[in-house]
Write a protein that binds this ligand. Structure first.
Ligand code: PEP
Ligand code: MN
Length: 357
């Protein structure tokens, strides 16, 4: 349940409510909004629910106590009406600006990575992507350069100033990847790897959480909930296509998820048209469509010579194609900027503090 504090509640009253929640064997998570503090009391309450709600409601400084009707709590707009802004070395994701992340599917060599990194930085990308540990469908395919790939990404960051995002595949690798990466990616195949989600929930780096091929929006938000409830509030959701009956495209980009997520959650949302379509000629229209739908950014695969790529060459943009997209997205983003502010309004319209949902 959410304990909504009165706008005039004192720090002592807020702390007393949190201690009370803990003494009932529940976890207390605080959200500081512009007007008021909301404290989520989370855990299995069973039949004690009503008794607890009236006890919390009677504490000094409490304005109201509302049951949380959705299964996802910390990720919900009800808990945190304002948009979460994830700050990655000064790049702000979720503040209404547009963040394009770009780079190769896999880090293959110093030359390939640096050539790509410099070109995407010059074209206006704000984050460099590149896989070092690669989740490949076949065990015989290129598996990534591992630690060497992480080191090259760190060097590319030094050269270009771009923060880097790279995937982590297992809990035991989380500390290593987090040492090099600025954003740690959890891939589609691991969206429901709960031990991995809890492990990335314990680090101090933002997490890019991709949607699983067959993940519903609710399952995806529950996965984000694992990360947040483990202590990491900086989650970026990435819609990367879901598996449908269609086979012309690798996956189907669920564009409706973008405005829906902005309604349901305060977390930033980006789209990945490269993995969604599997075809480079479809990436441009779907980057533009994702941005038009209100995405906070896009992540795309770029390779100086896609025909030589060790993974995902078919969907990798050439450097020229990437530059062309960068010239087009700005005006589209500017034209739909108001979508973003509307989604914030819809969050306030959920009436946190009004006592009813
Ligand atoms: C990737 O971004 O490198 C990747 C493997 O993507 P996904 O997990 O979406 O398939
Ligand atoms: Mn790829």
């Amino acid at each position: 349940m959410f304990v909504v504090m009165a706008p005039a509640a004192t720090e002592d009253q807020i702390n007393a409510v949190k201690s009370h929640i803990l003494s009932e064997g529940l976890a207390a998570h605080e959200s500081r909004g512009v007007e008021r503090v909301v404290i989520a009391a989370l855990g299995e309450v069973g039949p004690r629910k009503e008794v607890l709600a009236s006890r919390f409601a009677a504490l000094p400084g409490v304005e109201s106590v509302t049951p949380i009707s959705r299964p996802f709590k910390l990720t919900s707009r009800e808990f945190h009406p304002e948009d979460t802004v994830v700050d990655v070395r000064g790049v702000r994701i979720g503040d209404g600006s547009l963040t394009i992340m770009a780079g190769p599917c896999s880090v293959e060599s110093r030359e390939q990575l640096f050539e790509t990194a410099e070109a995407v930085a010059a074209a206006g990308a704000r984050v460099l992507r590149g896989g070092a540990f690669k989740p490949r469908t076949s065990p015989y395919s290129f598996q990534g350069l591992g630690l060497q790939g992480l080191r090259l990404l760190a060097e590319a960051r030094e050269r270009t100033g771009l923060p880097v995002v790279t995937e982590v595949m297992e809990p035991a690798q989380v500390d290593l990847v987090a040492e090099y990466a600025d954003i740690v990616q959890v891939g589609a195949r691991n969206m429901q790897n709960y031990s991995l989600l809890m492990a990335v929930g314990r680090i101090a780096k933002p997490v890019l959480l991709k949607r699983g091929f067959a993940g519903t929006i609710e399952e995806w938000l529950m996965s984000a909930e694992y990360v947040m409830s483990s202590g990491n509030p900086n989650v970026i959701l990435c819609e990367r296509g879901i598996r449908t009956f269609e086979t012309y495209t690798r996956n189907t980009l669920d564009l409706g998820a973008v405005p829906l997520l902005h309604h349901l959650t305060h977390l930033p949302v980006v789209v990945d048209p490269s993995h969604a379509t599997g075809k480079r000629f479809l990436v441009k229209p779907l980057v533009l469509a994702g941005v038009a739908a209100g995405a906070d950014g896009a992540i795309v695969e770029v390779h100086p010579r896609p025909e030589e790529a060790l993974s995902d060459g078919e969907q990798s943009l050439t450097l020229d194609q990437f530059r062309e997209i960068m010239a087009l997205v700005g005006p589209v983003h500017a034209a739909v900027a108001s979508l973003h502010s509307e989604s914030v309004l819809s969050g306030s319209a959920l009436r946190v503090g009004g006592g009813r949902h």
